[in-house]
Design a protein around this ligand. Structure first.
Ligand SMILES: Cc1ncc(COP(=O)(O)O)c(C=O)c1O
Length: 377
């Protein structure tokens, strides 16, 4: 049957609280702010943003973005080092196209963002997963794996990781870069949650290390404005930028998303992106605290570390098969995501992921109460 609906997540039955869902709640998307920015752009009466764009992306948008990023990164970001993207997912796909061949090896974290694994599978890549702990990637295991494998890249989510919520500390970042230089692989840093710190800020973006020659940092407006914009950025050194802007897709299509980026440019210049992030940090911070307290009170048997930002809680219920738990939870009208979905080794079967992005505080508390009824450890 034809699906005429606009929104991807449509099958949550009414009354069901899907605490596994990672999409932002519709109420979090700034309709008025974007409406105003779009009206202003149209009122200017210029048609350039409706034309094919320059390959690297509109320079005015990149300049506004660089000005926004610089104080947050604690260093001068140049618009020359930024490339406008249609979000992280499609950029991962483009990077696989340009930097890998089927059969090449790439390293990922265990656990990792399961949909990135699908993209790597589309390119016929051989995925090797490296264990993580509460501080992210285990660099000793990575060093060991480098004795056997030559990865094209290591894909990491260094800040408030999906699903674990963990953040890679500065020392591990430095060591990862040293290893990339020594063993000649790229670090693809997916920083989609970089600006969503509630009780702690993460270390500076991997974008502050592009001079190493081995870093590609990916940002996205999906979690700080709206996923429907399909807009993001890539931050890297001139060699990488040059490789991308000269590829066939861009030669044919021109730069990505000139229309949306020129609307978002106005929004950034007005200071509304800062305002929106401050609103999100306030609201999501309250949700994170509520979920943390509810888990501590009602699910004392699960093990976890309280996250400091991002969307996710990563919980371990020792001895519980969380795929079975998911089925049982459905009967109690509550959803979760079983750990096995985030594993490239078919492991993590006693872990599960919960999210704060899709429901307000009341539903979060009610959802945890429902989980209490069905979780038996
Ligand atoms: C770690 C991670 N990377 C990428 C994405 C998707 O990013 P985008 O919307 O920019 O394609 C998500 C969305 O949930 C995510 O959690």
């Amino acid at each position: 049957m034809t699906n005429f609906l606009q929104v991807a997540q449509t099958n949550i039955p009414s009354g069901f609280i899907d605490l596994g869902a990672g999409e932002p709640q519709l109420d979090l998307l700034p309709l008025d702010m974007l409406g105003e920015a779009a009206s202003l752009r149209f009122a200017q009466g210029e048609r350039e943003f409706l034309q094919y764009g320059v390959e690297q992306g509109d320079g005015y948008f990149r300049a506004a973005l660089a000005k926004f990023l610089s104080p947050r990164y604690g260093c001068e970001v140049s618009h020359e080092d930024l490339f406008t993207t249609t979000g992280i997912s499609s950029t991962l796909d483009l990077l696989c196209t340009l930097y890998t061949q089927p059969g090449d090896t790439v390293f990922v974290e265990e656990p990792t963002y399961f949909l990135a694994l699908r993209i790597f599978a589309d390119h016929g890549l051989r995925v090797i997963s490296i264990s993580t702990d509460v501080d992210g990637l285990d660099l000793d295991e990575l060093s060991q794996a480098l004795k056997e494998h030559q990865p094209k890249f290591v894909y990491v989510i260094p800040s408030f990781q999906n699903p674990s919520g963990h953040t890679l500390p500065p020392e591990r970042r430095t060591r990862l870069i040293e290893l990339a230089q020594k063993h000649n692989f790229l670090i693809i840093a997916d920083e989609v949650y970089q600006f969503l710190g509630y009780t702690q800020s993460p270390p500076a973006s991997f974008g502050t290390h592009i001079d190493s020659g081995h870093v590609i940092a990916l940002g996205s407006f999906s979690k700080i404005l709206a996923p429907g914009l399909r807009l993001g950025w890539l931050h890297s050194n001139p060699d990488v930028i040059q490789r991308i802007v000269t590829c066939g897709v861009l030669d044919s299509a021109g730069g990505l998303n000139p229309f949306t980026s020129s609307i978002v440019r106005g929004l950034i210049e007005k200071g509304d992106l800062d305002k929106n992030i401050a609103n999100l940090v306030g609201e999501l911070g309250r949700r994170m605290q509520a979920m943390d307290e509810a888990i501590k009170t009602h699910l004392p048997q699960v093990k976890y570390t309280s996250p400091h930002g991002g969307y996710f809680f990563w919980l371990q219920a020792p001895g519980v098969d969380t795929q079975e738990l998911q089925k049982r939870a459905k009967e109690f009208q509550v959803g979760l995501r079983p750990g096995i979905r985030f594993s490239s080794r078919n492991g993590l079967t006693d872990h599960f992921r919960l999210s704060i992005s899709h429901y307000g505080v009341d539903d979060i508390e009610e959802g945890i109460l429902r989980l209490k009824k069905c979780i038996v450890v």
